[in-house]
Design a binder for this molecule. Structure first.
Ligand SMILES: [Zn+2]
Length: 112
């Protein structure tokens, strides 16, 4: 499982949301495409830092974090960053509009 906001691993939170789909197409000279990968069936998984941003309703912070982590994972997309940002913004806007209620913690920390 990965965080639906930043693609980071080990998400500990789940935000229920109505299902939605955001279609997007990005094409660079290298032919890199993103198509229909944006969407949600039941909600968003969130890692600890993204959860904190959602709780703070830091919408710009969430977009910046996602953009940073995506570019870190896909350095070849750096030239597409100006196009990628509005796509991410659109995706997260859909999340804010379709979100249902508070985040749910997926697992309890053990205190030993
Ligand atoms: Zn995350």
């Amino acid at each position: 499982m990965t965080c639906d906001f930043c693609n980071g691993g080990d998400p500990g939170w789940f935000y229920p949301a109505e299902s939605f789909k955001v279609s997007a197409l990005l094409e660079s000279e290298a032919g890199f495409r993103i198509e229909d990968l944006l969407g949600s069936d039941s909600g968003f998984m969130a890692c600890e830092p993204c959860h904190a941003l959602v709780e703070a309703e830091d919408r710009d912070g969430l977009i910046n974090r996602s953009l940073d982590t995506n570019l870190l994972a896909h350095p070849e997309m750096i030239e597409d960053a100006p196009e990628l940002r509005p796509v991410i913004a659109q995706m997260f806007e859909a999340f804010w509009n379709h979100r249902r209620g508070a985040g749910i913690q997926m697992r309890k920390r053990t205190h030993e």
